[in-house]
Design a protein around this ligand. Structure first.
Ligand code: FDA
Length: 389
């Protein structure tokens, strides 16, 4: 069997690419259903893009690589498609767009687009071998027990990253890319909770509070969540993409207040009140108890000198912690790193050394922040390859 284009991976990027690559396209996946990560994304409502998408929201060895695709197929283009399908959506926060209904509406929209484009979708299909005979790509696939020997003019790597192996994530795209001479950067779990020794935050488990979470030069102001195993919440997930093993993370609690000024004002008006009771106006009581125990805070506000208030403010604003690690690929939303961009055209996602080979989506070394950016990269890169083919 010969096809014009063989796409490996029927996730967000692969489906969108197939919808634009058109007739003569075969898209395959080893899963029983397409777009499984879309289905579970955004708590079942799919955060399908972000109004503020720009290259600044992505990590890559080459931060400029994603610009062309993001500019040529934008968040507004995807929003018009969603609107054409009558899928209702809302902005939750920080430009993040979610379906009002279910994420499966996005999967249904994509599979309809694939069908309308005349592309064929094979599920439950395993890749046994992929090669190139000098003229075209060759592939051996098995589907429902039967083997299929294929040739293809174009091969698109769209099998995503290594995050959540339980959902079928594999490093197939990286392996094939390397076999064809493309470099793969170091990969690691990203958008992932931090872990700490068991006893560290046990008593704080379940507390969520606004915070700034910083590591190196990166800082994110969003919710911080204490868990039985460590730290999570959007601010932590964002920071995890920038975190290096063995490095510190700084927690700035109540980031919109100047705690020193606030405490001084309160001391002037309510000096007889207990320090920790007053602090619960700023932060959850259990968190204040924990910090008070750690730093020996006690007494009334009037008992605290300016120097002591400075120490307290510093403890609230510069709480330095060192994660033992992360939850890893088991729960990471994405994989940082991937197929190095220097081997790909930023316009078409085609490998410069091997015409006809394309890599798109999460498999490429372009990783978005939390908030709909990763799907937008899947749409933009899938569109770039699909329309170039
Ligand atoms: P994706 O992972 O979607 O697709 C890859 C496909 O390849 C899969 O269908 C897989 O089965 C298949 N495959 C893998 N190995 C194979 C093999 N060896 N043989 C055959 N097929 C193979 N992003 C966002 O922007 N907004 C959000 O709300 C969320 N939410 C979210 C929640 C959770 C729990 C996770 C894990 C991730 C998110 N993300 C997200 C990230 C987003 O899901 C992700 O970046 C995109 O799905 C990437 O699209 P791809 O098509 O590149 O890979």
């Amino acid at each position: 069997m010969h096809v014009k284009t063989l796409i490996l991976g029927a996730g967000a990027a692969g489906l969108f690419c197939a919808a634009h690559a058109g007739p003569g396209t075969l898209i395959i996946d080893h899963a029983k259903a397409p777009g499984e990560k879309i289905r579970i994304s955004g708590g079942g409502r799919c955060n399908f893009t972000n109004l503020g998408t720009s290259a600044a929201n992505f990590l890559s060895e080459n931060p400029h690589f994603c610009k062309s695709a993001l500019k040529r197929y934008t968040q507004w283009d995807f929003i018009s498609l969603v609107d054409r399908y009558g899928i209702d959506w809302h902005e939750k926060t920080l430009g993040q767009l979610f379906c009002d209904g279910k994420a499966t509406q996005i999967v249904d929209m994509l599979t309809t687009e694939v069908k309308n484009a005349g592309a064929e979708l094979w599920l439950d299909t395993t890749v046994k071998h992929v090669g190139h005979d000098g003229a075209q790509f060759t592939a051996l696939l098995t589907r429902k027990g039967a083997s299929h020997q294929l040739t293809a003019d174009n091969l698109v790597l769209a099998t995503g990253g290594k995050s959540i192996p339980k959902m079928g994530a594999t490093g197939l795209a990286y392996d094939i890319a390397e076999r064809f001479g493309l470099r793969v950067t170091e990969t690691r779990p990203a958008l992932v909770p931090f872990t700490f020794p068991a006893e560290r935050f046990q008593s704080l488990a379940g507390i969520a509070t606004p915070a700034r979470v910083s590591t190196g030069a990166a800082a994110f102001d969003e919710a911080l969540l204490f868990t039985h195993r460590g730290l999570s919440g959007p601010a932590v997930l964002q920071a995890s993409s920038y975190w290096q093993e063995g490095h510190d993370v700084t927690l700035t609690l109540c980031p919109t207040e100047n705690p020193f000024d606030w405490l001084r004002t309160r001391r002037a008006t309510s000096g007889k009140r207990n320090l920790t009771t007053v602090l619960t106006e700023l932060l959850p009581g259990r968190l204040i108890d924990y910090l008070a125990h750690m730093h020996g805070w006690k007494g009334n506000l009037a008992d605290q000198s300016d120097a002591r208030l400075t120490e307290i403010a510093d403890a609230l604003q510069n709480w330095v912690v060192r994660p033992a690690g992360t939850e890893g690929y088991r729960t990471a939303e994405v994989t940082l790193g991937g197929i190095a961009t220097e081997g790909l055209s930023s316009r078409s996602m085609e490998a410069t050394a091997l015409p006809g080979l394309y890599a798109i989506g999460e498999a490429v070394d372009v990783t978005g922040w939390l908030g709909g950016y990763n799907f937008q990269w899947a749409w933009s890169s899938g569109w770039a390859a699909g329309t170039a083919i």
